[in-house]
Design a protein around this ligand. Structure first.
Ligand code: BMP
Length: 262
């Protein structure tokens, strides 16, 4: 078993990144490393999942552009649930454009992500300008959001190779404390400064017929050394009960034996 990198005491370096400190503090309080991906199409379903899984998670990940009836009050309602159940909101926007475009995509449009998300993510493909643009949008909105770089993907045949992943690590280090971690499939930063959230997690399924590839929580945590797990359909669409007895959309779910690692 690999030692947890979630520090017991927040050192001077962690206080550089309030969002990361907040995430680790929630993780410690709730003894949870679970991020639920709520990829549903209506605001009501989203709220219902948020209420149901809220007590068990440290992060709720969403794709705002999937929600057909997204409204001005949707983020306010999410923020209220997040505050009540003590979790963070992660908009999985995967920004991937030039700096000036992402400034507008992040701060403006229908979703105004910079005004409510605690965490968002970006592809490193465009180069550091994408990070600079997102940081600038945060600075002008006066609200800090934590950024994760997509350094690896779970989908079959994705074009990311080792060199690209290495470049992500360098870019993320340069962008700390705005950049706080990665979406990846294995531990990235041996120093422990930048954490990894891993998607592609289910207990039994190996894939979804559309290229998604699943690993078990045990494999990702114990062999790959990731810090947080992202579980979507394995929770909100589970046909079988999972341990934990949480009701989501009429399904009694069993959480995987996701252990908080001390
Ligand atoms: P599910 O557990 O239902 O397969 O959902 C996985 C979630 O993680 C989706 O929201 C998807 O967009 C996201 N994701 C992924 O599956 N693989 C990646 O490499 C990166 C992702 O953000």
């Amino acid at each position: 078993r690999q030692p947890s990198r979630i520090p017991q005491e927040l050192g001077s370096e962690s206080s550089m990144s309030p969002i990361r400190d907040q995430l680790y503090a929630i993780s410690r309080r709730k003894k949870s490393i679970l991020c639920v991906a709520a990829d549903v199409e209506s605001a009501e379903e989203l709220m219902s999942i948020a209420e149901d899984v809220g007590p068990h998670i440290c992060v709720l990940k969403l794709h705002a552009d999937i929600i057909r009836d997204w409204a001005t009050e949707t983020p306010k309602r999410l923020q209220e649930i997040a505050a009540r159940h003590d979790f963070l909101l992660f908009e999985d926007r995967k920004f991937a454009d030039i700096g000036s475009t992402v400034v507008a995509q992040f701060g403006s449009g229908t979703h105004r992500i910079a005004s409510w998300a605690h965490i968002t993510n970006a592809h490193a493909l465009p180069g550091p300008g994408v990070i600079d643009g997102l940081r600038q949008a945060c600075e002008s909105s006066g609200r800090m959001v934590g950024l994760l770089l997509v350094a690896q993907m779970s989908s079959k045949g994705n074009l990311i190779d080792g060199r690209y992943t290495e470049s992500c690590l360098r870019m993320a280090r340069d962008a700390f404390p705005f950049c706080i971690g990665f979406i990846a499939q294995e531990r990235m930063d041996p120093t422990g400064k930048l954490f990894v959230m891993a998607p592609g997690v289910q207990l039994e399924a190996k894939g979804d017929g559309l290229g998604q590839q699943y690993n078990t929580p045990e494999h990702l945590l114990k062999e790959k050394g990731v810090d947080f797990l992202i579980v979507g359909r394995g929770i909100y669409a589970a046909p079988e009960p999972w341990q934990g007895r949480t009701k989501v959309q009429g399904t009694i779910l069993e959480y995987p034996s996701i252990e908080y690692r001390e």
